[in-house]
Design a binder for this molecule. Structure first.
Ligand SMILES: [Cu+2]
Length: 477
């Protein structure tokens, strides 16, 4: 207690000193609050926030620079995300935490990184703590509802174009996961996000994918219609879909889990050593041939799209996808694969923090300020900060030898190739019966064609959807 008070005092002193210095600097350069001097603005904003107790909705420091920085931040959140003042204040709170972490890493007392594991490798205790925290964010009645607020950050045309289809895809979603994890850790300080390595499910074989026990009542819940078992049972949807439950629509023959062959190329191939070679719109892609003999370029974002479409319904729409917690488990795996790619670059003498290609719309540009995460420019998403100081990845389970057990996970087993493969729901002990869906199931699903972007997406006809859907790569398995 005494120690933490001392640290707080030190922080306040440091912050105050920092604020004074940064404001002096701003005075002398007469910097304007604009996107060009974004860095200075976020520094000023941090100084202002630091000087305030709690999480202010309005600036408590009355300097013109502070007011201007707050105004710019609030305007951006209103303009791009349509957030209200309470929601903006909550995000500022998370931003303070992010900035504290960034500064504290320079001192001897920084918090050690958390470890993100494959969801099926978590102990029962860890899994139930994590699922508790997720449910808490969703079900708490405080204002704002934090889960909904975080889900909103992935909504609308601006974010769609800014965070998908180019260089900012990986960094923006890394920052997004970080904010989500910070919010979860406010509920249970011991939790870390877990990742869902769906290559483990892929190995079941295409005809068995829909039976994976990832979608069982011990894990993510059923995938055939309204989610009525598992950790996220009876989650309701917000406007404009009030009255409906969370829905999925996984079906035989519609898209697929992450392809192990594609992931292996991204992680291991020495022909893929710059971000352009794994990014949409880039160059130097390798190609992969599917079981029907059709080829496709290996692009991490495109491989990720497949999983959104495979899970279906809510997950297949950019505006809605984070309403399904599976979104974050899946993205955490995408982030893991990227981290392995970054490590490979480093071993080969390349610097992943500066290799930021210019791909996608102008809001993908490296110095463009990240929408929703005001402290960062897009290139900051490529920084080592996250995986040096905030989290690290445990490797996915492996199995070799006669008694191989996939790290004792009850959810998987070792195949003849010495790879871990998901068990089917029927293999769990006791076996999990198929869910009885209230709207549609594996055998009577309805496919709604949504035009060019959404031909492969399936959704219950009752959902009201705006915005674009993810589209599966037609040359996948
Ligand atoms: Cu996204």
């Amino acid at each position: 207690m005494i120690q933490s008070l001392n640290i707080d005092k030190t922080l306040v002193l440091l912050c105050t000193a920092y604020l004074t210095l940064s404001l002096t600097f701003l005075h002398t350069t007469e910097a304007q609050a604009s996107e060009e001097d974004f860095d200075k603005n976020v520094e000023t904003l941090y100084g202002c926030l630091c000087a305030c107790a709690g999480y202010p909705v309005t600036p408590c420091n009355q300097s013109a620079e502070c007011n201007q920085a707050f105004k710019l931040s609030a305007e951006r959140m209103e303009r791009f995300l349509n957030l209200n003042a309470t929601e903006i204040a909550y995000l500022w709170g998370l931003e303070i935490e992010a900035q504290k972490a960034k500064r504290l890493r320079r001192w001897w007392y920084y918090t050690p990184p958390v470890i993100r594991q494959e969801c099926r490798e978590l102990t029962e205790q860890k899994r139930s703590d994590l699922f508790y925290a997720i449910n808490y964010l969703k079900k708490n009645t405080s204002n704002p509802n934090v889960y909904l607020l975080l889900a909103k950050l992935h909504r609308g045309l601006y974010v769609d174009r800014h965070a998908h289809g180019g260089s900012n895809f990986l960094g923006w979603h890394r920052a997004y996961l970080y904010y989500y994890e910070m919010a979860l850790r406010r509920v249970r300080s011991s939790v870390a996000l877990c990742y869902w390595d769906s290559t483990i499910d892929y190995r079941l074989g295409r005809n068995e994918w829909v039976f994976t026990n990832a979608f069982s009542d011990l894990l993510f819940g059923n995938a055939d219609g309204e989610v009525i078992n598992g950790a996220f049972t009876n989650w309701t949807l917000p406007s404009p879909n009030e009255g409906f439950l969370l829905q999925r629509n996984m079906r035989l023959g519609v898209s697929q889990p992450m392809d192990p062959a594609a992931v292996s190329l991204i992680i291991h191939s020495l022909q893929l050593l710059n971000h352009s070679s794994i990014t949409k719109g880039g160059s130097g892609h390798l190609t992969i041939t599917n079981s029907q003999g059709r080829t496709r370029p290996v692009i991490l974002e495109a491989e990720h799209d497949n999983v959104h479409v495979w899970v279906g319904a809510i997950m297949s729409y950019i505006d809605l996808a984070p309403l399904d917690p599976v979104f974050f488990f899946h993205h955490c795996y995408v982030d893991y694969v990227w981290e392995r790619f970054r490590q490979k670059m480093k071993v080969q003498g390349k610097d992943p923090t500066t290799d930021y290609p210019s791909l996608g719309t102008e809001s993908h540009a490296k110095d463009y300020p990240m929408i929703a995460f005001n402290w960062y420019r897009n290139i900051d998403g490529y920084s080592d900060f996250f995986t040096d100081y905030i989290y690290k990845y445990d490797e996915p389970p492996t199995c070799t030898g006669y008694f191989a057990t996939c790290q004792n996970s009850p959810f998987m087993e070792c195949n003849s190739e010495n790879e871990c493969v998901a068990k089917k729901r029927s293999q769990l002990v006791p076996p999990i019966p198929p869910s009885i869906s209230r709207t549609f199931g594996f055998s009577d699903t309805v496919l709604v064609s949504l035009g060019t972007e959404g031909e492969d997406a399936a959704v219950s006809p009752s959902l009201t959807v705006t915005g674009r859907s993810f589209s599966a790569n037609s040359n996948s398995d």
